[in-house]
Design a protein around this ligand. Structure first.
Ligand code: FE2
Length: 361
């Protein structure tokens, strides 16, 4: 695939146990607007989906209506989680020819969905665990919403300032990270992203390894983690134990004003990981001069890291569902191009506190 065959992440679809409740969480907690609905009323007999949007970020949540659906089975095994990182492609035939030539990525033959607004061409490529990439070519299709979706008569949504996807992270098994990096590089034309996070990341107890692949000047960025041995169980291993397979660990959402975004989400009851007070005592010395007031960052538990290109501010939610699997990251980049390695220690200590309370450390 040339560096232009893929365009960008179109949307991320979760398979969940109650799409209506997930839509409410995204609307009232994270500030997403519910823009579309699909279900029996729109001609889809076996499932219900809500499409949410904020800035350029589109999230879809889907729930089966029947007990014998593959969606129900997915939720039974994994709990609520990401099924599809859908990618918009410029020309599906070209993209599939390229996948065929590269002979790495498994995919299903394309499907044309004919609608009153034109034809949507899509195919499905497989990645780690049961996760897939829908490859979608909208061609001349002229509708704001996907096929079989209708607009939702929405109450006013107070957005929280989310602008775009920053990166989407997969967790895979020990010693499988490199082969999944190769899958994206050799199979789909991604490039490895060398950054200063590119080493083992660990605390005294638990540890992980992480590598990042990117496509077309970072228009698509996928870090891939694997557990590494530590004194206690890696948080990546805890994820794998509860998800029962590799899968998406977190989605990082970019905001241009993290203080505003996180203040709003906290007011709405979203719970975030916290850093110890000692983190902020050492912060000024570690990252140097920054625009933000450290006492404000401390009150919101926002983390800061610096690399050669600038600095970034970031924060991680507690798990979104009931299993300790998927969570969101909120990130604001001020020049920095890395992923916050300097914060992993503080973050891990916070996650490990929860892990210990669950009896999994
Ligand atoms: Fe991240």
């Amino acid at each position: 695939m040339t560096q232009r065959a893929l365009d960008r992440v179109d949307y991320v679809e979760f398979y969940v146990g109650s799409a209506k409740q997930w839509a409410f969480y995204h609307k009232f907690g994270l500030g997403f607007k519910i823009v579309g609905y699909s279900g029996p009323e729109t001609g889809v007999r076996d499932k219900v989906s809500y499409l949410m949007q904020q800035g350029k970020v589109k999230i879809m949540v889907t729930n089966a209506i029947n007990p014998d659906s593959e969606i129900t089975e997915h939720v039974r095994l994994h709990g609520d989680g990401v099924k599809d990182i859908a990618i918009r492609v410029n020309n599906l035939d070209d993209a599939l020819n390229d996948l065929k030539e590269r002979k790495v990525v498994r995919f299903e033959n394309p499907l044309d969905i004919k609608t009153g607004s034109g034809v949507v061409h899509r195919a499905k490529a497989f990645t780690y665990g049961e996760t897939v990439h829908s490859l979608i070519d909208y061609g001349e299709f002229d509708n704001e919403l996907p096929p079989n979706f209708e607009p939702v008569d929405n109450m006013v949504t107070q957005e929280s300032g989310i602008a775009r996807f920053d990166h989407i992270v997969g967790n895979v098994e020990d010693k499988k990270m490199d082969s999944w990096v190769d899958y994206y590089v050799d199979g789909m034309g991604f490039e490895p992203l060398i950054s200063f996070d590119d080493k083992d990341i660990s605390t005294e107890f638990s540890s992980l390894r992480s590598k990042v692949v990117q496509y077309n000047n970072r228009k698509i960025v996928f870090p891939i983690n694997e557990p590494a041995p530590g004194k206690k169980k890696s948080q990546i291993q805890e994820y794998l134990d509860y998800y029962h397979m590799p899968g998406v660990q977190h989605i990082a959402l970019h905001t241009d004003d993290i203080v505003k975004t996180v203040s709003k989400m906290k007011r709405e009851g979203i719970q975030f990981q916290t850093a110890p007070d000692s983190y902020y005592a050492e912060l000024a010395q570690r990252v140097g001069k920054i625009d933000e007031d450290i006492s404000v960052l401390k009150s919101l538990n926002i983390l800061v890291d610096r690399d050669d290109d600038g600095y970034l501010l970031q924060l991680f939610t507690k798990p979104t569902g009931d299993r300790p699997t998927f969570f969101y990251e909120i990130i604001q980049r001020k020049g920095a191009t890395s992923f916050g390695k300097g914060n992993f220690r503080a973050l891990f200590q916070s996650i490990e506190k929860d892990q210990a309370r669950r009896g999994n450390l």
